[in-house]
Design a protein around this ligand. Structure first.
Ligand code: RM4
Ligand code: MN
Length: 388
């Protein structure tokens, strides 16, 4: 029997972090389509992120990306977020949008470029000190396009050296999260292409270094929940970057391409009792909304994660374990599918209502008039976007 109180309590404690860049203009290398009302600075991004939290009740943090979210005083930005009911979350470094980084950042063969990249990573830790952020997220576009272009092993040594320097700079309570991506922008050998590479570096560094699983950063057909189970088992899962993709990394809304996969991932998390904030896993969205309106897309994404999580919590693990022990292949599979096929929207609606929220955050936001308000108010200035 499923204990409904346990399910709702778990859902209430689950938190999802929003990416500041989801609120700015974005696109492909072919075209960025601008949308009216898009934020012009990190403060307005925080205002929009706060709307997502206001209607969902489970998204109390916004991650920032440096330099896209560069401000003069990060404590002021943190205070602005706080006044709107949210906090500044993970600090994302950006060592991929400078001409100097053509051949890589911390893995670059040129020591001058490596020093420049490292200085940026250190600056990100300074920002964490000012915002009170716990996590530094590292994603490197480093890699090579042609065999022989650079020495694969030497690049790993340079990477390890930079990671160690950042690790040593972390203050108490701060962590670093190393993200992997199998290809793009590098097309031959990415320097952190997979969870194995990330894990090896994190294990060498110590307990403050953890792996990030970006769901869009795997080859088609990869069993992501297996990776999640392995990292949880090793105590090395630090965060998720949720999104979905049909082909390459497109940062589509999480749960849009494969809600069943998202359920399977969340089931591993639930089984490991790793849902609550105390477990130390940051459940972040890493998405861009190129053609759809941004705030509603973030709300929809949060709802998608909640729905997958609710279904994962509904798996009758006692019955499942018994079926597994009996070697009842179909019975065990049916337990999982029963949970997955449950319509959890009424349950989530009840939960929101108990918290004084609308049953459907998406519709409540649309009816609120906020979208019309920002379109009329945010006139002039430069809209935030990639590289801004
Ligand atoms: C990268 C990676 C990072 C994100 C940037 C915007 O592909 O996923 O997590 O910060 O994109
Ligand atoms: Mn990511």
């Amino acid at each position: 029997m499923i204990d409904r109180t346990r399910v709702t309590e778990a859902l209430r404690s689950h938190q999802i972090e929003l990416p500041s860049w989801a609120f700015g203009n974005s696109g492909t290398r072919f075209k960025v389509f601008s949308q009216p009302g898009v934020p012009r600075n990190p403060f307005e991004k925080a205002d929009d992120a706060a709307q997502v939290h206001k209607y969902t009740g489970v998204a109390p943090r916004m991650a920032v990306h440096i330099p896209w979210d560069k401000v003069d005083d990060y404590a002021v930005l943190a205070a602005h977020a706080k006044a709107n009911g949210i906090e500044i979350g993970t600090v994302n470094s950006n060592v991929f949008q400078d001409d100097d980084y053509k051949l890589g950042s911390v893995c670059n063969p040129d020591p001058r470029v490596r020093r420049k990249a490292l200085a940026h990573l250190m600056e990100c830790v300074d920002i964490m000190d000012a915002t009170g952020s716990r996590d530094l997220k590292l994603w490197f576009a480093d890699g090579t396009n042609y065999p022989g272009q650079d020495d694969i092993a030497a690049r790993q040594d340079r990477l390890a050296e930079a990671l160690q320097a950042v690790y040593d700079r972390l203050g108490p309570g701060q962590r670093m999260l190393l993200e992997y991506k199998f290809f793009e922008p590098a097309f031959y050998a990415t320097d952190v292409p997979d969870w194995g590479t990330s894990l090896v570096h994190c294990q060498a560094l110590g307990e403050k270094a953890l792996v990030v699983v970006d769901t869009g950063h795997h080859a088609p057909g990869t069993n992501i929940e297996f990776i999640v189970a392995m990292l949880l088992r090793a105590g090395k899962l630090g965060a998720f970057d949720f999104n979905s993709r049909f082909y390459a990394d497109d940062d589509l809304m999480v749960g849009a391409a494969d809600p069943f996969q998202l359920f399977r991932i969340m089931f591993e998390v639930v089984k490991a009792d790793a849902l609550a904030p105390a477990a130390g896993i940051a459940f972040m969205l890493d998405q861009c909304h190129n053609i759809e309106p941004k705030i509603p897309a973030q709300i929809r994404s949060v709802m998608n994660v909640q729905e997958a999580t609710a279904k994962a919590l509904l798996v009758d693990t006692d019955v499942l374990r018994a079926a597994q022990a009996d070697g009842d292949v179909l019975g065990a599979n049916a337990v999982l599918m029963d949970a997955y096929n449950t319509d959890v929207r009424p349950l989530l609606g009840d939960l929101r209502e108990e918290q004084g929220l609308a049953r459907d955050p998406y519709r409540a936001y649309l009816a609120s008039g906020y979208a019309e308000k920002i379109i009329s108010e945010r006139i002039g200035g430069t809209q935030a976007g990639w590289g801004a």
